[in-house]
Design a protein around this ligand. Structure first.
Ligand code: IVH
Length: 702
């Protein structure tokens, strides 16, 4: 068979399997067979890149890097929805519609309001061409590479003609092959959100406040392979085309479903506003059993002709409106506050909550049992004026993460309450706590002896973005630590088979209280040792991130690695040089300068080097060329004729300039290239930032 034929065959087959799996929950092949076919297609496509189809399933795993998202004008503007909050608002809306339709009969479609980000997908000749964010409603960002990673979104919808009883439906002969747009909500399922936040916390990075922010961040990632890993999903709820295809919104939802789109089955037809109210009541609690966050419902007039008759205001359709549920806020008892010590020594107070019956079962809130809520720091306890045994009000922020919103002061007089005494010493190692004036948190300064800090440093070191030893996890690290086998990351490289084989620990599940036995058998030990061996090949930037210099996150580590090229050069750098590195400010520079002179840190780095970890990058180091750009900040947009973006970055650094990450009042020069991003230009214009061409930039350093 010719490669072109095989590529077509594999693409069609794999797309078919994907559809069956994600839309019909049917598995027609084993995972193994699927992966093999996918690998074959990937190999063929890399050999014959021109033959790769737009709807190739290989794009699901991502890989494309987008430096800057192209700004795209929407074919049809993306409007928002008006909001209602109570029954009266809804009855008023119903009345307005009735008047608008001169008293004619009409029906509603009710849908849930999914809490994510609006997406617009354009299909042409049967394949997904472009996916764009809402942006300002007129223009949005082209995030196609990231949207293609959504497994439930068909890259080539199934060409199925609806059949009776949907007889009223008029799909044109071109069917799904015409030009059309599908709108929907891109979201991160709660399970993926929790996994991501857990990972971020382990890497000492800021977790997302709610799944919507997490989704929004993921859709804007430059690396689509990373977006693929974040497990994004999308529900579609709106069909648009120039042809007059559907008579009713419900027909479009049914057709979309048949074509293989992910349409939430939660929608319902409602004959009048009372039925709408019943729908709202029905889903108020039930929505919490869904795998994604929802914050209300949307009601739409079903008949397309009537939608057209009602039309739009400048901002939103007159034929649809949202109803927002109130976040559930309930009283509970603050039984205790405990204090957690993190990798950096920061102390986090955690509130332990119970229901008003105080039966130890926690509070039933928006679908889950809440037993704990973070209180962040001492200021928060003060701000809320908390006392132990208080009746407190608890709410789920963004409907997911519980937080205490206040105290029922009226009930305080009726109960025996106790002041919160913030600890003066670390609850783990009894060292006196410190609090810097500029920071909200208290810290345990016993970096070298406080168990959770030591464990946390090892957990950080094995993180996916660091040395990526995924055969070790928190539980295993804890066991190794307790047995005294590892006290710091370098100890991992001294582990031998005999040290590990037969180790055992009984774990108690936090939630269920059930016991689980963890034992190191032959396979586990081999996996751990293999993982440790593999970590010697991860690039320098990841090792640098892994050693856990305060404030040096994965991105900063990458910038430092590409600037200094090796650990020795970084260790020798002074404060001023460090401040010249893109994304590095004074706080980070200071932290790096303080890190390397410490004997324990030097020892760690040396031991890792001896163990064979990567301590340098392959690229040539930045050689200082001049001081021409000293003290000046730069940002670029677009592409350049005489050099790549990386070369431009190098030139800025080599001549003493500093690359910054966004347009702000602090930016001195925006270097404007071909295909410059309009949003950057706009902002630079507004802020009066000087814009220079490639030639002008080169003249500055010449
Ligand atoms: S319809 C012209 N249906 O809510 C009307 N929107 O506040 C187009 N949303 O921007 C929107 N679930 O991102 C519609 N079932 C649903 C929705 C929904 C969530 C979002 C959407 C929109 C926002 C308006």
């Amino acid at each position: 068979m010719l490669p072109t034929e095989r590529i077509h065959q594999l693409t069609d087959l794999l797309n078919h399997y994907n559809q069956r799996y994600y839309q019909d929950s049917m598995s027609e092949v084993s995972d193994f067979e699927f992966d093999q076919l996918l690998a074959e297609l990937t190999a063929l496509e890399s050999q014959y890149p021109d033959l790769k189809r737009d709807d190739s399933p290989t794009q699901r795993v991502g890989g494309d890097i987008t430096k800057e998202f192209k700004s795209v004008t929407h074919r049809y503007p993306m409007l928002s929805l008006g909001n209602t909050y109570n029954e009266q608002d809804l009855r008023d809306f119903d009345e307005r519609v009735r008047k608008g339709l001169n008293g004619a009969e009409f029906e509603y479609i009710c849908e849930l309001k999914f809490d994510g980000i609006s997406l617009s997908m354009t299909y042409e000749n049967g394949v997904l061409k472009q996916a764009v964010t809402r942006g300002d409603g007129t223009r949005g960002d082209d995030i196609t590479a990231n949207v293609r990673t959504i497994k439930t979104l068909p890259l080539a919808p199934r060409d199925v003609q609806p059949h009776p009883p949907m007889g009223a439906l008029k799909i044109p002969p071109s069917g799904v092959r015409g030009l059309f747009e599908v709108r929907g909500e891109g979201f991160m399922p709660i399970s993926s959100f929790e996994k991501l936040n857990h990972e971020l916390e382990a890497a000492d990075e800021q977790p997302y406040a709610n799944p919507r922010n997490a989704a929004s961040g993921a859709f804007k990632l430059q690396d689509s392979a990373e977006a693929a890993r974040r497990g994004l999903d999308c529900y579609v709820y709106y069909f648009l085309s120039d042809d007059d295809i559907f008579a009713a919104h419900s027909d479009s939802l049914e057709a979309l479903k048949m074509w293989g789109f992910n349409v939430s089955p939660s929608w319902e037809k409602c004959a009048d506003i009372d039925q709408v109210l019943a729908y709202i009541e029905k889903w108020e609690q039930k929505r919490h059993t869904l795998p994604l966050a929802t914050d209300g419902i949307v009601l739409k007039i079903n008949a397309i002709a009537q939608q057209r008759e009602l039309g739009f205001t400048a901002k939103s359709p007159r034929w649809a409106i949202a109803f927002k549920y109130k976040a559930e806020n309930k009283p509970g008892i603050l039984r205790a506050i405990t204090y957690q010590v993190g990798r950096t020594g920061a102390l986090t107070p955690v509130a332990h909550l119970d229901n008003l019956e105080e039966n130890g079962k926690g509070m039933a809130l928006s679908g889950t049992r809440v037993k704990r809520a973070s209180l962040h720091n001492a200021n928060e306890i003060e701000r809320l004026d908390l006392r132990l045994n208080d009746v407190v009000f608890v709410e789920k922020g963004g409907e997911i993460i519980p937080k205490i919103t206040g105290v029922d002061t009226e009930r305080r007089g009726l109960r025996l309450t106790f002041p919160v005494v913030f600890p003066t010493h670390c609850p783990e190692c009894n060292t006196e706590l410190v609090r810097k004036e500029t920071e909200a948190n208290h810290y345990c300064p016993n970096e070298r002896g406080c168990p959770p800090q030591l464990r946390g440093k090892i957990e950080h070191f094995i993180h996916r973005k660091a040395t990526n030893i995924d055969s070790l996890g928190e539980g295993k690290i804890e066991l190794l630590f307790e047995k005294g086998l590892v006290k710091n990351p370098a100890d991992l490289y001294d582990l031998k088979y005999e040290d590990l084989f037969g180790l055992e620990k009984i774990l108690i599940d936090d939630e269920t209280g059930k016991e689980k036995r963890m034992g190191f058998k032959q396979k586990t030990v081999e996996n751990i040792l293999n993982g440790i061996q593999q970590s010697k090949t991860v690039p320098f930037k990841q090792v640098l991130f892994g050693i856990g210099i305060r404030y040096v996150g994965a991105t900063v580590a990458e910038k430092l690695a590409s600037f200094f090229k090796n650990m020795d050069a970084l260790a020798a750098a002074n404060f001023e040089t460090l401040c010249n590195v893109p994304e590095v400010g004074e706080k980070i520079a200071q932290s790096v300068v303080e890190y390397f002179p410490e004997p324990e840190n030097r020892d760690l780095v040396q031991r890792l080097q001896r163990a064979g970890l990567q301590m340098e990058t392959d690229d040539a180091p930045v050689v200082a060329e001049s001081e021409a750009l000293t003290g000046k900040t730069f940002l670029y947009t677009g592409t350049f004729e005489s050099m790549s973006r990386e070369q431009l970055e190098q030139k800025i650094a080599a001549n003493g300039g500093k690359l910054v990450s966004g347009v702000s009042g602090k930016l001195n020069f925006l270097v404007v290239g071909e295909g410059a991003g309009p949003s950057k230009l706009d902002k630079a214009n507004k802020l009066g930032v000087k814009m220079i061409s490639e030639a002008e930039f080169l003249a500055m350093i010449d």
